[in-house]
Design a protein around this ligand. Structure first.
Ligand SMILES: CC(=O)N[C@H]1[C@@H](OP(=O)(O)OP(=O)(O)OC[C@H]2O[C@@H](n3ccc(=O)[nH]c3=O)[C@H](O)[C@@H]2O)O[C@H](CO)[C@@H](O)[C@@H]1O[C@H](C)C(=O)N[C@@H](C)C(=O)N[C@H](CCC(=O)O)C(=O)O
Ligand SMILES: Nc1ncnc2c1ncn2[C@@H]1O[C@H](COP(=O)(O)OP(=O)(O)OP(=O)(O)O)[C@@H](O)[C@H]1O
Ligand SMILES: N[C@H](CCC[C@H](N)C(=O)O)C(=O)O
Ligand SMILES: [Mg+2]
Length: 476
């Protein structure tokens, strides 16, 4: 593709200009023919790297009008990240025929994964992109972030299309939305799962956090697309208002849902029975996953499949055959005393509540909760996580998560400030061992916060660590 064809403009034909070979937002990745996006970030001002990018062969720079560019074509926009996403999408297209996005504080990974599974059961070649990486039926490749950078995202989406993927579900995190990391491609449907406290270090206030999420509905999803809204969340009304403001088709899901109404939920030993009404019909579903939160995500996933052309009866029927999502209420091992040990990715107060609540029904005895909190992330959530854990569990062990650059003892102290009666154990392995040693036959152990993660980040180094493996090692 020639630069003229990409950026257009007066006097510029589609065959004019140098050949565009790629896109980059990091000047170290610029090669001859690259379009460089120069953005102001949290740590650096990408505009400072424009001369370096041009020296490395950048043929065009996308930036704010104020940025100085000498020696390459320029595309200016007050919102250069958005302009860059649109140009990059033009370059990387085509994309899977159907793409859908999920936002919300909790439940994005679970919902995109379940959506992918439901599509596959309907015979489609489906993929998901999110915290677990790029997942297809055959493969899983990690990207490092929930929402990768825009170049990684669009090139992966296009690569999936070349592999024959027709259906793509991706996570749109609030960071990703506010930095225009997942857009440019057509998005046929978007879902909202819930809103609760997280990431206030980045967004500042809950209002700003919600506003970042709302952009998925007000700008990113196609204007003739559909919004699926979990209706039972306190923030749902504001999401519905935004959807109506844009005239989007909306499907609400939940106890208060109109499109998919959850009539009742009955836990069973290995899962739950859901009675649901959709499209004027009643359905009984035996969902092989435990916990109210997993039922919620499963129904939102069904809504996404329905909104993009799936048959609702068949889709709800297929929910009885879904596989568990890695690290979300995953049963790791049963202790010698007979207590099941579950691993869950709860790393917010609300998620911790959902995870403990899910296990409560299954415990004849005590729920023993082990958790910590990540460093270099929202500090205000720490005492709140402590409060929720001690309120809902019978015994709580506060330990380390990913301390990152922070002092682990200081993070634990902030959690302990809200966790009256909890025991503090330094070292996650030691804490897991203590919980397992403590658990009796009727108890359940919950290891929360790290889910599927394969490493623990301490002082800039990632050391191998997997809650499931460690739990098994503590049992043998
Ligand atoms: C706070 C945050 O979100 N930061 C992300 C963001 O950085 P930024 O735009 O602020 O970048 P910056 O480092 O200040 O640099 C500014 C610009 O200069 C460029 N640069 C920088 C240095 C250089 O030598 N050359 C150069 O060209 C950078 O590529 C960038 O375009 O964009 C970068 C590239 O896409 C990301 O790697 C980086 O993620 C950091 C590592 C991070 O930890 N992000 C976390 C908080 C995050 O995004 N998490 C959410 C999860 C949320 C959830 O699901 O709960 C996620 O979506 O993963
Ligand atoms: N619908 C929900 N309501 C409340 N809590 C939930 C819900 N879905 C998931 N959770 C909790 O949040 C945890 C993380 O779930 P999941 O990975 O699906 O969310 P996510 O939004 O992708 O998280 P992240 O922001 O880290 O990408 C789960 O392990 C569970 O504890
Ligand atoms: N997407 C989340 C993951 C948190 C996982 C938890 N284990 C932690 O390290 O805080 C974040 O980047 O905030
Ligand atoms: Mg996720």
């Amino acid at each position: 593709m020639k630069l003229g064809g990409l950026i257009g403009g007066p006097g510029l034909n589609s065959e004019d200009g140098p050949t565009v070979t790629g896109f980059a937002i990091d000047h170290r990745k610029v090669a001859p023919g690259t379009v460089f996006g120069a953005f102001r970030g949290a740590k650096f001002n990408g505009e400072d790297f424009i001369p370096d990018a041009i020296r490395s062969g950048a043929v065009a720079i996308v930036s704010r009008p104020e940025a100085k560019v000498d020696g390459a074509a320029r595309v200016t926009d007050e919102e250069p990240r958005r302009a860059f996403a649109q140009l990059a999408a033009k370059f990387f297209a085509p994309f899977p025929e159907i793409s859908v996005a999920v936002t919300g504080t909790n439940g994005k990974t679970s919902t995109v994964e379940l959506t992918r599974q439901l599509w596959r059961m309907a015979g489609h070649h489906a993929a998901s992109i999110g915290t677990l990486g790029v997942t297809t039926a055959e493969d899983q490749v990690k990207t490092g972030l929930t929402t990768p950078d825009i170049v990684t995202f669009l090139s992966n989406a296009a690569g999936l299309e070349r592999e024959g993927v027709t259906h793509l579900a991706f996570e749109a995190s609030s960071h990703g939305l506010s930095q225009y990391r997942t857009e440019g491609l057509p998005v046929g449907a978007a879902a909202f799962t819930n809103l609760s406290r997280d990431h206030l270090d980045y967004h500042g206030t809950m209002e700003a956090y919600l506003t970042a999420k709302l952009r998925l509905f007000t700008e990113v999803v196609d204007k003739d697309g559909t919004a699926i809204v979990w209706a039972d969340d306190p923030a749902s009304a504001q999401v519905i208002e935004a959807i109506e403001g844009r005239g989007l088709r909306g499907l609400s899901v939940g106890k208060k849902g109109r499109a998919i109404r959850l009539v009742s939920r009955t836990p069973t030993q290995l899962g739950q029975r859901l009675d649901v009404e959709a499209d004027g019909q009643a359905y009984a579903i035996n969902l092989p996953l435990i916990g109210a939160y997993q039922a919620n995500n499963a129904l939102v996933a069904a809504g996404l499949v329905w909104a993009t052309g799936g048959d609702i009866g068949a889709t709800l029927g297929n929910l009885s055959r879904v596989q568990p999502v890695r690290g979300r209420l995953e049963r790791a091992v049963i202790t010698k005393a007979g207590a099941p040990v579950y691993v869950d990715y709860a790393h917010t107060p609300d998620a911790l509540e959902a995870a403990i609540d899910a296990l409560r029904w299954h415990a004849k005895g005590r729920v023993i909760t082990v958790f910590g909190a990540g460093g270099d992330r929202d500090t205000g959530k720490r005492p709140l996580m402590g409060e929720v854990a001690v309120k809902l569990s019978d015994h709580v062990i506060v330990t380390d998560d990913n301390p990152r650059s922070e002092d682990p003892a200081a993070i634990r102290a902030e959690i302990m400030a809200g966790a009256k009666g909890a025991v503090e154990v330094e070292g996650r392995r030691e804490a897991i061992a203590a919980a397992i040693a403590e658990a009796g036959a009727d108890d359940i152990v919950l290891l929360a916060g790290k889910g599927h993660e394969q490493g623990q980040e301490i002082a800039g180094r990632v050391l191998p660590f997997d809650d499931v493996t460690v739990a098994r090692e503590c049992v043998t």
